[in-house]
Design a protein around this ligand. Structure first.
Ligand SMILES: [Mg+2]
Length: 165
């Protein structure tokens, strides 16, 4: 059984945003201000993290990361905040693209499958700039990918992880 609050974490559009690199029009890397906001949420809630982003393929099933991967290096570059995020990661979702009942809810299906396989009991939020969550949509705290994770979404995540709404 896995207990306690969990953040299901997307990366592109959450830990980076279009506004940081306007010229390239691409989402790239992770920005310190968004990593800091996630770290604030984790400090205030003691939540663990399960990575649901495409970046998860750089992680092992148990959430550990290999040296030299971009995922790990991007976080380590952010100092204490990034190290805290790394420490809180306990897993990653499976790639169930071909198995989800419908293409509009793939990520939600992958998250639900993780919770079932790990017998998760506790509050959880999904932070993502996309909405393909199916029945888990009420758990979504949606970011604007032009802004990334801001204090507004961070506060909402904290409220939900504490079970206040
Ligand atoms: Mg995204």
């Amino acid at each position: 059984m896995t207990t306690g609050p969990i953040v299901f974490l997307d990366v592109d559009g959450v830990l980076n945003s279009y506004d940081q690199l306007e010229e390239s029009k691409r989402l790239r890397g992770m920005a310190p201000k968004h990593v800091a906001e996630l770290a604030r949420v984790l400090r205030e809630t003691d939540a663990k993290v399960v990575v649901s982003s495409v970046w998860r393929f750089e992680l092992n099933d148990d959430g550990s990361s290999r040296r030299g991967t971009r995922f790990r290096d991007e976080l380590l570059e952010k100092g204490d905040d990034g190290r805290l995020v790394l420490k809180r990661i306990i897993g990653r979702t499976k790639d169930l693209w071909g198995k989800a009942p419908d293409k509009k809810s793939v990520r939600g299906f992958e998250i639900q499958t993780w919770r079932e396989e790990h017998d998760h009991v506790g509050s959880f939020v999904i932070v993502d700039d996309d909405s393909d969550m199916g029945p888990l949509k009420p758990r979504l705290v949606k970011t604007d990918n032009a802004l990334g994770l801001t204090r507004k979404e961070g506060d909402e995540m904290i409220r939900r992880l504490r079970g206040e709404s």
